[in-house]
Design a protein around this ligand. Structure first.
Ligand code: GAL
Length: 483
């Protein structure tokens, strides 16, 4: 091939590569770096670790969202982890809110935590956590209560209770009698009403019937004396529902629940009532779209009010073989005029679906019924391009990754084949920009022992992204054509 033609080919190749680079970066900017929710996918915290907050719930306090949930970090010391955010997209791990060491041993056996939820009590200034405290076998079935002076903890474990108890003359952990004994507590949730009174919803009577119980002034136990249908009620009687996620809109109380099939997903139900203590009327499965009959392969855990009448449905896609690898599923929840609610599946979505221009209803410290205007403060540096916001760390990662992979993928097929280098071949390390000059061949090159009437240069060498390649690889190498 003539020298001129070769140079032209090389130029064309470099031009094509640079266009490829630019295209890849722009594509990724629009498709990947955009803040979005990706239901059912791994969700990384601001440290780049998967968020460990399963069966969790969110507290809104002083315009900050706190996400509490089961910390399933393998080998970790956390029973409950806490993350915080001001925009609902970026979550920074605050650490362990409740540690495993602080949990009680019962009959010499350890306990574990599921479905923790936290409320702030303005009267006492304490953050109060309720959780399902359990032992292997799931017959301990009690509510654990812990408090803290700070939202992120550390929480101090106070006690384990069954808020409503009945005396039937048999052991309260007797598996054969839990249905009748009335007091078991398993999946639970907290709800604070507009009047400031708080309630715990939980699967009781061995999960056959759900209870809703008003809490005392400190939120640390049931209101006493407990009076059925006045301070507490049996709801969804004998329906075998669990994973309660209560919320309120326009004076109506909604309760999303799942059926009881362990870690296996099943069909959700949304029930509605005019009174927090019920009676609740089922309005059927709110989920629509693929896998709607299994709640999109997940199980309800919480409903977060975002704007008046607008909510995020939170659920867990459990991975029973590796619970630490379960996935959060967050979806927008729509209330219909006929009192029913709808949770349509979305592969990805943004908060703008809620029309953030609406005024937040309450900016003070609230939980469950509290809302803040998302996107107020931002964690980490962000870059605004064409009115979209991109996280700087994503951009950097992206550019480094592209620097690493793109040259290899974009190399012409022949060149890639030629990368089957042999051990006794030698290459010149460094910048190949001077490759056109005659003295380039003279420096540093070592002859190879095979016929070598071909050549390969690192595709990034000599082009603009070669700096990035250099940063990513630290050793761009090149091999010049031998004739
Ligand atoms: C589910 C429950 C989970 C967990 C699981 C254990 O029914 O919702 O929180 O307890 O059972 O099998």
């Amino acid at each position: 091939m003539k020298k001129g033609a070769k140079t032209k080919n090389r130029l064309i190749r470099r031009l094509a590569m640079n266009c490829g680079w630019l295209g890849a970066v722009l594509l990724s900017l629009t498709a990947w770096a955009k803040p979005e929710f990706h239901p059912g996918e791994v969700w990384l915290d601001t440290n780049g670790d998967p968020i460990q907050a399963y069966g969790g719930g969110i507290l809104v306090h002083s315009n900050v969202y706190y996400w509490y949930g089961e910390d399933r970090t393998p080998g970790g010391r956390g029973a409950v982890a806490c993350y915080f955010s001001t925009n609902l997209y970026d979550w920074k791990r605050e650490g362990v809110a409740l540690s495993r060491e602080t949990l009680p041993q019962i009959d010499g056996r350890p306990t574990f935590v599921e479905r923790p939820k936290v409320l702030f009590n303005p009267r006492t200034g304490k953050f109060v956590m309720w959780l399902h405290l359990e032992q292997p076998g799931y017959h301990y079935a009690r509510a654990g209560i812990a408090t803290s002076d700070k939202p992120a903890g550390p929480f101090t474990f106070l006690k384990a209770i069954r808020p409503i108890t009945a005396q039937y003359g048999f052991a309260d952990n007797d598996p054969d009698h839990q249905r009748e004994s009335g007091g078991t507590v398993r999946d639970l949730n907290l709800f604070r009403d507009d009047d400031g009174r708080a309630y715990v919803f939980y699967a009781s009577e061995d999960n056959w019937t759900m209870y809703v119980v008003r809490l005392n002034d400190e939120f640390t136990g049931p209101e006493t004396p407990a009076m059925e249908d006045k301070t507490w009620a049996r709801i969804l009687v004998r329906r075998m529902r669990e994973a309660p996620a209560p919320f309120k809109s326009k004076g109506r109380y909604y309760l999303i629940t799942s059926a009881c099939t362990g870690w296996k997903p099943n069909e959700a139900d949304c029930a509605v009532a005019g009174n927090v203590l019920g009676p609740y009327q089922s309005r059927g499965n709110p989920c629509t779209g693929p896998e709607a009959e299994t709640t999109f392969g997940s199980q309800s855990t919480f409903v977060l009010p975002v704007q008046p009448g607008k909510f995020i449905f939170m659920a867990d896609r459990w991975n029973p073989r590796r619970l630490s690898d379960s996935r959060p599923v967050w979806l927008p929840l729509i209330l219909r005029p006929d009192d029913s609610c709808a949770i349509p599946w979305q592969d990805r979505w943004e908060l703008s679906v809620f029309d953030a221009r609406e005024k937040p209803a309450d900016k003070s410290s609230t939980s469950v019924s509290g809302e803040i205007s998302p996107k107020k403060k931002r964690l980490g540096m962000r870059l605004r391009v064409f009115s979209k916001t991109y996280r700087m760390r994503h951009l950097c990662c992206l550019i480094l990754m592209a620097g690493f992979f793109f040259p290899v993928l974009s190399a012409p097929a022949g060149a890639r084949e030629n990368r089957q280098f042999l051990s006794d071949w030698r290459f010149k390390q460094g910048d190949a920009r001077g490759a056109e000059r005659p003295d380039y061949d003279a420096a540093d090159w070592q002859p190879v022992s095979l016929p070598h009437n071909w050549g390969w240069e690192h595709p990034g060498s000599g082009s603009v992204p070669s700096i990035v390649v250099f940063l990513a690889l630290s050793f761009p190498f090149s091999r010049k054509e031998f004739l």
